[in-house]
Write a protein that binds this ligand. Structure first.
Ligand code: PM9
Length: 461
């Protein structure tokens, strides 16, 4: 039995509500079949508790909404841009800012600007959009994360760490001049939201600098990473999350950022850097693909909300509640021995579909099916993070077969209560009891890029 914990609650109260629809099992069976057993293809109004993603699904505060009314929608030189620039300097520490409509806009521009065809790009596990943009720019992604990250049961406080030996081996084998940069994602989304330690980041930076290799931070959820450092790394227990976050960024040369996560908004992102020449190139590119360099595809009001979100997200009570809520959910599942990636990450719980549906081979998409079955059971929507998300090897055309075959249940910030979490956990536990009845899937439609968004499946009878 779990120890009785001291109660804690949301550091906010509810001012506006959005009703959610309850549906019948028959209704959901039809809906998922029509969606080709892909939870991305469901209509959101058919979902009861939406744990698909924490991306752009956050609830904004009254302070942010008030800021929306202060949008300066001038084509050039919006005051909201300058406020955002000030806050990026203050909280992230980078000198130069180029706003983008979301994270992949930043990834696109950075990849196209920095990667030369045939170069390698190192990273602590792939992320779908990040790797695709690196490949589209002619780069070859090489995973240099520690081995523990590929094992759902391995317990490690910083399971997202870069394996310095793997990184050094890559430099020796390929030559530093053939490595465009190393991307450090912190925490590592595809590994289960696993953090990177400050010590590791410092070492990565030192090794990269020795070989004149650029360090790019995927800062998308870096505030959650800073919270884990505060909780787990010696020497940081008395520092604020804001201080830790800024120090972490200081060991990188540039960052790509999806503001749709940490920054508590529905849209927005940026690329930031310290090198003026790189900034000039990015600033020139943004006008081709996103919009003028003082709005980058965003409305002035969106930049204002993002700048204000930065201030709120770094408040200790907000970030600690965020991560504790995820831990609460993971404790409910662990109590019933549900196979999940351990330890709990910062933004989501990842069900280990390989173990959950151990009778379904990976080529029959067990995680895809588990996400569909969970929706049918209770209207809870999660996301496949396994063989479908991993896509195909661009050289051989075969499926990439990741060791991690997972379903992610992700928690939008400030959206769901503990009661919603109880309902979702109950459904997972009930589904686990009847797991042996589940059948695998066959893919019947596969788009060429980021197939997990639009692929369609049928149940193998
Ligand atoms: N992440 C997520 O749900 C949304 C789309 S992929 C299903 O986790 C990282 C670490 C991310 C991320 C998006 C992006 C791209 C970059 N890095 O979605 O383009 O988690 O704003 O950001 C998603 P955008």
């Amino acid at each position: 039995m779990m120890e009785k914990r001291k109660p804690w609650a949301e550091p906010y109260k509810i001012k506006v509500v959005e009703p959610v629809k309850m549906t019948t099992r028959e209704y959901r069976e039809k809906a998922i079949e029509e969606a080709g057993y892909n939870t991305f293809l469901l209509r959101s109004e058919d979902v009861y508790i939406d744990l698909l993603t924490d991306s752009g699904t956050n609830a904004m505060s009254d302070y942010q909404w008030a800021g929306m009314m202060l949008g300066d929608e001038a084509y050039a030189g919006s005051k909201n841009y300058y406020y955002l620039e000030d806050n990026v300097r203050k909280y992230y520490g980078y000198k130069y800012l180029v706003p983008t409509h979301q994270g992949r806009g930043a990834e696109h521009m950075l990849s196209q600007t920095v990667i030369k065809k045939g170069q390698f790009v190192a990273g602590n596990m792939y992320f779908t959009t990040t790797r695709l943009h690196q490949e589209l720019a002619g780069g070859k992604f090489v995973d240099v994360i520690i081995d523990e990250a590929h094992d759902p049961d391995a317990i490690h406080p910083f399971k997202g760490n870069v394996d310095l030996d793997k990184f050094e081996k890559l430099i020796k084998e390929k030559g530093a001049e053939n490595i465009a940069y190393i991307t450090v994602g912190a925490p590592v989304n595809m590994a289960g939201g696993q953090p990177v330690s400050m010590e590791n980041m410092k070492q990565v930076h030192a090794l990269a600098k020795k070989h004149n290799i650029m360090v790019v931070l995927d800062a998308t959820r870096n505030m959650e990473n800073a919270y884990f450092i505060q909780q787990r790394e010696k020497g940081y227990e008395n520092k604020t999350v804001a201080e830790i976050h800024k120090e972490f960024c200081s060991y990188s040369d540039a960052a790509t950022m999806s503001g749709k996560k940490d920054l508590l908004v529905n849209i927005g992102g940026f690329v930031a850097c310290n090198d003026y020449d790189l900034f000039q190139k990015l600033r020139n590119m943004v006008v081709v693909y996103e919009g003028l360099h003082t709005y980058g595809g965003l409305a002035g009001r969106d930049m204002e909300a993002m700048a204000r979100g930065m201030e709120e997200a770094l408040q200790e009570e907000n970030i600690s509640f965020r991560v504790k809520q995820v831990k609460y959910f993971s404790d409910l599942l662990e109590e019933e021995n549900i196979p999940i990636v351990k330890p709990a990450g910062g933004h989501a719980i990842f069900l280990n579909a390989r173990k959950f549906y151990d009778h379904i081979p990976q080529d029959e998409f067990p995680a895809q099916k588990l996400a569909a079955d969970l929706y049918v059971d209770s209207g809870v929507r999660g996301m496949e993070r396994g063989i479908v998300s991993a896509g195909r090897n661009p050289e051989t055309g075969d499926h990439n077969r990741p060791k991690l075959e997972l379903v992610r249940l992700t928690f939008p910030r400030r959206v769901y209560t503990q009661a919603h979490l109880d309902v979702a956990a109950y459904s997972v536990i009930e589904l686990y009891k009847k797991r042996h009845q589940a059948k695998g899937l066959r893919m019947v439609y596969e788009p060429p890029y980021l197939r997990f968004f639009q692929a369609r499946f049928e149940v193998i009878k």
